[in-house]
Design a binder for this molecule. Structure first.
Ligand SMILES: Cc1cc2nc3c(=O)[nH]c(=O)nc-3n(C[C@H](O)[C@H](O)[C@H](O)COP(=O)(O)OP(=O)(O)OC[C@H]3O[C@@H](n4cnc5c(N)ncnc54)[C@H](O)[C@@H]3O)c2cc1C
Length: 429
């Protein structure tokens, strides 16, 4: 890229939920004081949370869940590089990338004054033996569409297993205290709202398609309790509901050892018989992040609660690739994006330090489709030391889930603060 612009350069690595939101927040707080560039290996935002609704409501997610980010960024004078990042040198302040539109491209180096890591993670299906032949999931368009076709054409009505492989969290958030006396706990599963959501939607799909009762479904977790980040009270209510519906629940499976045609072998020695296996994998850091001076023991980017690396103050992280983001939830990345914008605003002398220094107080906000036009709404921070634990079920959360996506697409990904407050008020009161 030609370097005619002498303004400081902020490089945002990744342009999905966290990267797009960070770039926009940085522009908002900095005005035209900086040149901002987003690099992503794809040129659209993948709206992951609604893929499973498309699958169970028989729509091709490729047609609904992609937002072209190039014009969105251009409207805010943010440059976009369609490239795959292959390396970061935090001492030289450079990023190496390969243009991603065609194969065989040469590597380029881009310099930065500030860098924001928003690269998400690798969803490590390739580490689950047998997944390629016997597994399904809803984590992206390819797999979602494959599952939709399977349900339409191949499902024989056999038992269904839904759950997570073990998550390997690094040590990067150890010792952080988001709420008085609280912590960022160690999790055995990266993100368990989706398995709970899929379990509920699947039960409705079985009923609507005359394929049987919810007792065909077993949901499992490697942890002591599924979705423990939602808080014990919330999980208890969800499990009571699941039990009343006839769903089966296995916990403490430790990890998935392998998938076979007949079912799932777990690390604790148990075997779960299943025709259909819907799996959520380990969220692993990208290989090129492992061993960087800013990374933790597993390759997640270390930050304080203001999303800034303690050793390299020009390095920030946001979203799933940040070590403090546990569980791996877009809603937490969204909270962090404002913090990153404020911190850069402070660095550029545009935001008062008192206003800028607002450490992360993570809140789990999750709306899960249950089918039949209903959803669950979870709002909780108790896992981190806070005192909120709310669960609401019904048509209002479903309406909010669908309208949130529409608002997101219509507003270039920018959800106004009042939008979230209004959603909270409508859902909870
Ligand atoms: C099925 C499912 C349902 C979910 N539902 C919810 C929900 O209801 N609510 C919620 O809050 N969260 C939900 N989540 C979690 C949410 O999707 C993630 O937390 C969120 O996507 C993280 O955003 P991110 O931008 O940090 O990472 P990602 O969304 O993973 O984006 C990372 C970006 O970086 C790019 N990238 C990666 N590597 C490179 C590279 N080397 N070079 C260039 N670009 C690269 C990718 O192309 C991508 O655009 C769900 C997750 C799943 C799987």
């Amino acid at each position: 890229m030609p370097m005619f612009d002498k303004k400081p350069h902020v490089l945002v690595l990744g342009g999905n939920f966290a990267g797009l939101a960070c770039a926009q927040k940085i522009r908002h707080y900095l005005g035209d004081a900086a040149r901002i560039t987003v690099i992503d290996k794809k040129s659209y935002l993948l709206y992951i949370p609604n893929i499973s609704s498309d699958v169970f409501e028989d729509r091709n997610p490729a047609l609904h869940q992609r937002l072209d980010i190039v014009p969105v960024l251009a409207r805010e004078d943010i440059d976009f590089i369609h490239g795959e990042v292959t390396g970061v040198d935090v001492d030289k302040r450079t990023v190496t990338f390969v243009p991603a539109e065609r194969g065989g491209a040469e590597a380029h180096v881009e310099a930065y004054d500030y860098v924001v890591f928003a690269l998400g993670n690798r969803l490590a299906f390739d580490r689950i033996e047998g997944f390629v032949d016997f597994g399904h999931t809803v984590t992206d368009i390819y797999h979602g569409e494959k599952l939709r076709q399977y349900l339409k054409r191949e499902y024989r009505g056999g038992p269904i297993a839904i759950g997570s492989a073990r998550f390997h969290q690094g040590d990067g958030a150890d010792g952080l205290v988001p709420y008085p006396g609280g912590s960022i706990p160690r999790a055995l599963a990266a993100c368990e709202g989706p398995p709970v959501e899929v379990m509920m939607s699947m039960a409705t799909w079985l009923k609507d398609n005359d394929k049987g009762e919810p007792n065909k479904i077993t949901v499992f977790t490697p942890g002591k309790m599924i979705a423990e980040d939602a808080g014990e009270e919330v999980v208890k209510q969800l499990l009571d509901l699941a039990t009343r519906m006839g769903l089966n629940y296995w916990h403490d499976t430790q990890d998935i050892t392998r998938l076979t045609a007949e079912g799932i072998e777990f690390a604790d020695g148990r075997f779960l018989q299943a025709e259909l296996k819907i799996i959520f994998p380990d969220w692993r850091a990208h290989d090129f992040l492992k061993g960087l001076p800013v990374s933790d023991s597993e390759g997640f980017i270390r930050t304080n609660l203001c999303m800034q690396n303690p050793d390299y103050p020009e390095v920030f992280a946001c979203g799933d690739c940040a070590a403090v983001t546990v569980p791996k939830l877009g809603a937490i990345g969204h909270q962090q994006s404002d913090i990153v914008g404020l911190q850069l605003g402070k660095a550029f002398g545009k935001v008062d330090p008192e206003k800028a220094d607002q450490p992360l107080k993570p809140e789990v906000l999750c709306i899960g489709d249950m089918g039949d036009g209903k959803a669950f709404w979870i709002h909780s921070n108790s896992w981190f030391g806070g005192d909120i634990q709310k669960l609401k079920l019904g048509r209002v959360p479903y309406f909010l889930k669908m309208r949130y996506r529409d608002l997101f697409f219509a507003n270039d990904g920018k959800i106004p603060a009042w939008g979230l407050d209004a959603a909270e008020m409508i859902a909870e009161r």
